[in-house]
Design a protein around this ligand. Structure first.
Ligand code: SF4
Ligand code: SF4
Length: 361
């Protein structure tokens, strides 16, 4: 059923206490990296607004992004759906099927014309419209039809943001991203394979609070979550700066938690919030679990030259620089760190994918 209730009224009718609401606003404020004093302002604006209608479409994808969303803890998926937004159409969470589902989509588009948020999961095949259809309609037709009256579009996951796995070489379906097709609507890319759940809910919450999309980077991703690289915030970074690298997944370096750069970690060229927001209620994240970053939130990460190939090999430079440092009476770690930092800046600029073997040659 399509409702026009304000968020304040919805929360009261769902039994959410004033205290619970303020707590939610404080969590939101810190998640969006706002000053804590903004919490009251956030609460005031949230109380007055209408719950935004959200329409969620699925194209060429694995539903991993929706799976990720269901594991959000701040806000939880239940509170997000039942209290803060009106998720009017979502093919995998929808109770209705067939004509009733089609009607839900039509009703939401009609009732919130020009105001609903369109969330897209998956890439769009252009090589043949028959490669992916919903209700007999091609992904391209559905996207163009629903995007027409949307206020803004959120491309969730690397497939919708950049083409993702379907777009990997040789791209048999001619998969493209949402922004390759839609040119006249604001689009925000929440990349990742899958994206971090609280980043998805954080962006929805930002829109809910301020009624505008957050500031974006040059690839259309929200800067709050994608401004830094994984490497910028990685807790193994001091080992990188000292030139201490694990050479295999079970050597002494790996056991001591040394840097995973030489084992293929793409942290230096990957912008995402895994190192700070973490996963599963801030339990852990891939590098903490002992595996290098795959670079999943960057364009064409599947074609990046191998998940276990190092981007470059800073180790030899670090040893050389450390030798000079000792001779000059300086701290070896600091000098090695400088060498690696400049190498990293270089690597990020070029989105470098040189392997250890290439470098040694
Ligand atoms: S290369 Fe990877 S493991 Fe090493 S410090 Fe950077 S992000 Fe962390
Ligand atoms: S650590 Fe890297 S590959 Fe893993 S989820 Fe984060 S950005 Fe993606």
């Amino acid at each position: 059923m399509i409702t026009q209730e304000t968020l304040g009224k919805t929360l009261i009718s769902h039994g959410v206490s004033r205290r619970g609401f303020i707590k939610f606003c404080s969590t939101l404020t810190s998640m969006l990296a706002l000053h804590p004093s903004m919490a009251i302002q956030v609460a005031k604006s949230l109380e007055k607004i209408q719950r935004p209608s959200v329409i969620w479409l699925h194209f060429q994808e694995c539903t991993g992004c929706s799976e990720s969303l269901t594991r959000s803890h701040a806000p939880t998926i239940e509170s997000l759906i039942f209290d803060y937004i009106s998720l009017d159409y979502h093919e995998t969470l929808l109770a209705a099927a067939g004509d009733a589902a089609e009607k839900a989509l039509h009703d939401a588009m009609h009732a919130h014309k020009g105001k609903y948020l369109l969330v897209v999961e998956g890439s769009i095949p252009l090589a043949n419209p028959g490669f992916s259809t919903v209700g007999g309609k091609s992904n391209l037709d559905v996207l163009q039809h629903v995007a027409k009256d949307a206020a803004a579009i959120i491309a969730v996951g690397s497939c919708a943001s950049f083409g993702g796995l379907p777009n990997a070489d040789p791209n048999p379906t001619g998969a493209v991203s949402v922004s390759d097709i839609i040119k006249d609507k604001p689009i925000i890319n929440i990349s990742g394979c899958p994206p971090i759940p609280v980043v998805i809910t954080g962006v929805l919450a930002h829109y809910l609070t301020f009624n505008v999309l957050p500031e974006l980077d040059e690839l259309g991703r929200p800067k709050t979550f994608y401004a830094d690289t994984i490497h910028d915030r990685c807790y193994r970074r001091p080992f990188y700066d000292k030139g201490l690298f694990a050479e295999s997944f079970d050597d002494e370096g790996a056991k001591k938690g040394w840097c995973l750069y030489r084992l293929g970690c793409k942290g230096p060229t990957t912008h995402n919030a895994c190192a700070t927001v973490k996963w599963n209620d801030q339990t852990s994240w891939p590098v903490e679990a002992g595996h290098g970053c795959l670079g999943c939130s960057e364009p064409r990460f599947w074609d990046g030259g191998g998940f276990y190939k190092a981007l470059s090999i800073p180790g030899s430079d670090v040893k050389k620089m450390a030798g000079y440092a000792v001779a000059a009476g300086l701290a070896a770690g600091a000098v090695g760190g400088m060498a690696n930092r400049s190498k990293k800046v270089d690597a990020v600029k070029k989105h470098e994918t040189i392997s250890v073997e290439d470098w040694e040659e």
